[in-house]
Ligand binder design. Structure first.
Ligand SMILES: [Fe+2]
Ligand SMILES: [Fe+2]
Length: 244
């Protein structure tokens, strides 16, 4: 049995799974903090809680095409971590007496786009979603006074840093197998996502110290890093294939 990048990620997610976060709540939001954060967090809580059925179905088909049997289980590990983020945010919202969203048009649009396309485009959209999460949770962590929410943001940022590395590996797989999106197109897609996110969550990002320019540049820089990492992974995969 050969060890692939997906094998290592499958092991990574299984090792991180027991690291549960103790989300203890003692403090209630002040009115300004509630007005700032509740609606925005509800949207992210919904987005993180996707069941990932389509992603997993695409991953199984793609894994069979490229003979990468550990990929679906690695993707399942990612989905489980995202759902855990959703659960933590849901616990905060419930403790604050805030209802959770069942649906939202932004989440609906992203899900429809991803459902309509194959694994390659799904990964491109997910890369950008993981990228957006970095400035967003950094901003929430700075804007909130709730220790529990600060701890959640800290932990989500730690998880998302790994997710970006994982998605770079996935991106390298889809690009290498010609299922990927061209870099310029991916950049354009991310630009649209950034505009939508700033429109919906700009107040929270601004409260966390971002301007639209700094938010945009951070996202752009992270996309560069993911694409460079993905190219390095593809090169080393090619080198090991030829050496084998
Ligand atoms: Fe997440
Ligand atoms: Fe993530």
């Amino acid at each position: 049995m050969s060890i692939t990048t997906s094998t290592l990620w499958r092991i990574h997610f299984s090792r991180r799974w027991p690291l549960e976060l103790d989300v203890a709540h003692q403090v209630q939001w002040t009115k300004p903090e509630r007005d700032l954060l509740a609606d925005s967090l509800r949207q992210f809580q919904l987005g993180e809680g996707s069941d990932g059925c389509n992603l997993l179905r695409f991953a199984r088909t793609f894994a069979a095409q490229v003979r990468d049997p550990d990929l679906p289980e690695a993707i399942a590990g990612l989905i489980a971590e995202e759902q855990r983020h959703s659960r933590w945010l849901g616990e905060v919202l419930r403790h604050q007496g805030e209802p959770l969203l069942q649906k939202h048009w932004v989440d609906g649009v992203f899900r429809s786009i991803r459902r309509a396309m194959g694994f390659g485009l799904e990964i491109a959209v997910l890369v950008s979603a993981e990228i957006i999460a970095v400035p967003y949770y950094a901003a929430v962590g700075r804007a909130t006074k709730l220790p529990a929410l600060q701890a959640i943001c800290h932990r989500i940022l730690e998880d998302e840093a790994f997710h970006l590395q994982f998605q770079a590996a996935n991106l390298s797989l889809v690009v290498q197998n010609r299922f990927g999106l061209r870099h310029a197109l991916h950049r354009a897609l991310q630009a649209v996502i950034c505009l939508v996110v700033w429109n919906q969550h700009g107040r929270v990002l601004a409260a966390g110290g971002y301007t639209f320019e700094t938010f945009w540049h951070e996202c752009d820089h992270l996309l560069d890093e993911v694409q460079q990492r993905s190219q390095r992974t593809a090169r080393s995969r090619c080198a090991s294939t030829f050496a084998a």
